[in-house]
Design a protein around this ligand. Sequence first.
Ligand SMILES: C=Cc1c(C(=O)O)[nH]c(=O)[nH]c1=O
Length: 311
Amino acid sequence: TNLTASIAGFHFQDLLLNAAGVHCETTEELEALRKATGTGALITKSATPKPRPGNSGLRYQDLPLGSINSMGLPNQGLSYYLDYANHYHDQQKPLFLSIAGLTQADNLAMLADIQASEFTGLVELNLSCPNVPGKPQTGYDFEATRQILTKAFTFFTKPLGVKLPPYFDLAHFDQIAAILNAFPLAYVNSINSVGNGLMIDSKTDTVMIAPKGGFGGLGGAMVKATALANVHGLRQRLNPTIKVIGTGGVQSGRDVYDLILAGADLVAVGTSLHQEGPAVFQRLRSELIAEMDRKNYTEVDQFRNRLQTLN
Ligand SMILES: C=Cc1c(C(=O)O)[nH]c(=O)[nH]c1=O
């Protein structure tokens, strides 16, 4: 069974990777992902120019139908991840470097540092962190999104993708796709967590996490329908040269299959990785192969972006 995919000339022998932010803040975590069976790539925790401790107090909770988090961008700082990248030699599994500056200037400065470095992987510009108090998500500001990409592409020549927040209006799919189609992007990664959800602990009548009065990004099973809609809505609207990484709601091989059917080239796993650890990738891969066998598919190309409508 052939589970290969390619983005910007990079070839992936497996189509699974971690969602940025999950199991990828330290080199130990990243190495565990690289060595895991079933991963075709790995991505670093979104970096800011300097290290950040992130939000204080309980900032992640598993829920019956997924997870809620307000980590607040804890990370080791860009140079830590660039250092890992500069010593990265695994030809089998391309490395993605994620950045999430708190300002446009920070993002441009980090892109300039990466452009000047020996980094030879792919870069993911995270436009969708929902958990930095007082910071709106760039991905919901279409003009700001256009502006950062315009400025980035005046100097950045390495493969660049963007991590998008979920959209909930077809007009927004139209608007963001029209903006992204104007740029030589390698891919889009959709979705990031569904921002600023709120859950209640029925034993204590309190919220589940400490930061921001309990408001946090939602992941896991409860966001699957939103992930499928965003992956498919963007696939239908984006230039074919812009590939799609589908993220959100993956618990089983069938969930991976569904994101591929919706148009995904690679599939990223967050909440399930947090809950099961890197062994989740081997489980998801074997379940995906079993599903493909049931359909008599030997190649992903036979069903990628082949979701049928009823009429
Ligand atoms: C980069 C910050 C993010 C965070 C975070 O560090 O709080 N959580 C998410 O669910 N998505 C993000 O993009």
